[in-house]
Structure formats: structure tokens, C-alpha cells
Ligand binder design. Structure first.
Ligand code: AMP
Length: 326
């Protein structure tokens, strides 16, 4: 009898979905790449994260803000993907955050042309009651003050807090950023940002400086050159899938982060070895994201497409070696 009860409890425990709470911009973007130019399209770190993370079995919740000008249709798309948007505020009479950028020919670097904060300027990230108790938290690229507010407003600390940021915040809010870094577990940034934040060119040295600021885990994204994971004295490298054509890299970083945390939460395992698998998931989703402008490609692919692409990643990096030196 006792073992039977145990069995039911265990089965229930196994199937319990984890809650992944995301905070991030939901925005309009205008993008120019060597392949063309878009008018205002849907973007925002929170949007890419939510779309990517929706490939995993979690209870997904988002905290964000948009203006009255944001299309209901896109919000419906998030709801259709089981993203709880009760923490996404719609501000009457105000405009949605707008960002515009232009990519250089190598597609690895870009210049920001416009950042209109609009609704983000005075964003007060209200945490709905039903969001409390979320086990996993992903702080998308936003003001470090807002990111910290969310952590402080959660009555129970999530099991794992991951965070993205960018040079924009290092330039204008470095002290705030350093305060927030003390509160998180995983920082996800690109190589240029890691160098700026640490003042070190070597990424290995940079990783030590940054981890001394708070996060025990650091992921450094290197665009088409893959991503590095650092923890204690361990290091892992995951390649990016070489693609014939990169159409638009916007949102690749957020998609990576969404895939990474989506996988971690759905497996409820944040060991170093599982983080390796999570990085491959994030990289696979990011490789789709860059194939079309904006969120287009992410909304088209199926779980089977994702599975096949992950197999390509495994084949790309897998080799057997027999040591032949006598
Ligand atoms: P990524 O290409 O991964 O760096 O992310 C691009 C997305 O980040 C775009 O869709 C923008 O809307 C959003 N974004 C750019 N700058 C900011 C900012 N300062 N705060 C919040 N979101 C931003």
C-alpha cells in the first residue's frame, strides 16, 4: 500500500510542469541587412524568448509592457502557444518600444539606429499573484533596475535565475547592472559585451572577472562561432551550425536564451552536463531564427524540425578518436 501511494506520488512528481517566468521587451523593430529592409515588424527580446521556450513543456509566463498600438493578433499567438500573458501590460494612449538596427556585411556586427523606449521608459514590472512560485526565471535584456525589481518582487527565489544584458546598459547603467549581477545564477552575453564588462580581451580571463561579480555560470555567445559555457574550473564549447545564408540575426541571442532556459526548466536539471544539452537546444533554435526576418521562421518550424536540427548539431561536433601516438 505504502509503495503504491509512493508510486502515484512519484508519477505525479515526474509529470509536474515547471514554471518558466520571462521578463523581456515586446517590441516593434525595423531591420536592415545586406538582404533587405523591413518596416516595423514584431520583435523584442521577450517575444523571441517566449516563442523559443514554447517548444518545451513548461508553464510559461511573461512580464512585459506594450502600447495601445501593439497588434492583439501577436498577443493571441503567444496565448495560443500556452504563454500566460496576464503579466503583459497594455498601456492606453502610449507607444510600444521601438528599436531599429543595421547589420554590416559580415552579419556579426550591427549598429543600433534608433532606441525609442516609449512604454519601457517608466515600466513598473508588476508580478501577478499567479506568477509567484515560478521555479525558473529568465531576465531578458531590459534595464537592470527592472530586472532587479522582478527578483525582489518574487516572494520565493526561483531555483535558477538567468539573465541577458547588452552594451547599452553597460554604457548608461553600469552600477545598477553590477547590483543585479550579484543576484543571478547564469549570465548570457556575447563576446563583445563580455570584453566590455570585464575589461579583459581574453574570454577565459573575462569569464573569471565576470563570475566574480555574481553569476556562477557564464555563457558567452560568439555569433557564427558558437558559444562557451564557464562554471568553476570547467569549460564547454558548442559550435554554431554553419549555414549557407544568414538572413537576419536579430533575436538570435534571445532565441538562444529562450531555448536554453526552456530546456533547463522542462528537464528541471541545471547541472553543468545538462546545461551543455540546453546550449545545443538554444543554438539549434537560434539557427532557425536567423533564416528569415524577425520572428517569421520561429513561428513556422515544428518540434520535428527542431529535433532534426539538433541531430545535425550532434553530427557536427561528434567524433571518435583513437590515440595513435606511441
Ligand atoms: P538580439 O538580436 O538577441 O540582441 O535582440 C534583439 C531584440 O532586442 C530586438 O527585437 C529589440 O526589440 C530588442 N532590444 C534592443 N534593444 C533593447 C533594449 N535596450 N531594451 C530592451 N530590448 C531591446
Amino acid at each position: 500500500m505504502v509503495s503504491f501511494v509512493y508510486f502515484i506520488f512519484d508519477a505525479e512528481f515526474q509529470t509536474k510542469r515547471m514554471s518558466l517566468l520571462t521578463v523581456g521587451s515586446v517590441a516593434f523593430d525595423a531591420i536592415e541587412t545586406p538582404f533587405g529592409k523591413t518596416d516595423k515588424i514584431i520583435g523584442g527580446a521577450g517575444t523571441y524568448i517566449a516563442l523559443a521556450a514554447s517548444f518545451y513543456k513548461n508553464e510559461q509566463k511573461i512580464i512585459s509592457v506594450v502600447g495601445e498600438d501593439f497588434p492583439q493578433e501577436m498577443l493571441d499567438q503567444l496565448t495560443a502557444r500556452n504563454v500566460d500573458i496576464s503579466g503583459l501590460q497594455i498601456k492606453k494612449g502610449e507607444k510600444t518600444f521601438f528599436w531599429s538596427g543595421i547589420y554590416h556585411n559580415d552579419m556579426n556586427s550591427r549598429d543600433t539606429l534608433v532606441t525609442e523606449l516609449n512604454v519601457l521608459e517608466n515600466f513598473d514590472p508588476i508580478v501577478p499573484e499567479n506568477y509567484q512560485g515560478s521555479e525558473y526565471l529568465l531576465l531578458g535584456n531590459l534595464s537592470p533596475q527592472v530586472q532587479r525589481q522582478v527578483i525582489e518582487r518574487l516572494t520565493k527565489r526561483p531555483k535558477l535565475i538567468a539573465m541577458d544584458t547588452m552594451n547599452f546598459w553597460m554604457d548608461i547603467a553600469l552600477d545598477e547592472l553590477k547590483q543585479t549581477l550579484k543576484l543571478i545564477d547564469v549570465l548570457i552575453i556575447n563576446d563583445e559585451e563580455a570584453r566590455q564588462l570585464s575589461g579583459e580581451y581574453s574570454l577565459v580571463k573575462a569569464s573569471k572577472v565576470i563570475r566574480a561579480m555574481g553569476p556562477k555560470f557564464l555563457i558567452i555567445k560568439k555569433g557564427e562561432h558558437g558559444a562557451l559555457l564557464f562554471h568553476e574550473n570547467k569549460m564547454f564549447f558548442a559550435p554554431a551550425l554553419p549555414l549557407e545564408e544568414v538572413f537576419d540575426p536579430t533575436g538570435a541571442g534571445d532565441t538562444f536564451a529562450g531555448g536554453f532556459m526552456g530546456y533547463i526548466a522542462s528537464t528541471n536539471d541545471f547541472s553543468f552536463d545538462n546545461m551543455k544539452r540546453a546550449i545545443i537546444n538554444g543554438s539549434a533554435l537560434a539557427s532557425f531564427c536567423v533564416e528569415e526576418f524577425g520572428t517569421e521562421r520561429l513561428t513556422q518550424i515544428t518540434p520535428q524540425d527542431l529535433e532534426e536540427r539538433i541531430a545535425e548539431f550532434v553530427a557536427l561536433a561528434n567524433f571518435e578518436m583513437e590515440q595513435v601516438i606511441n
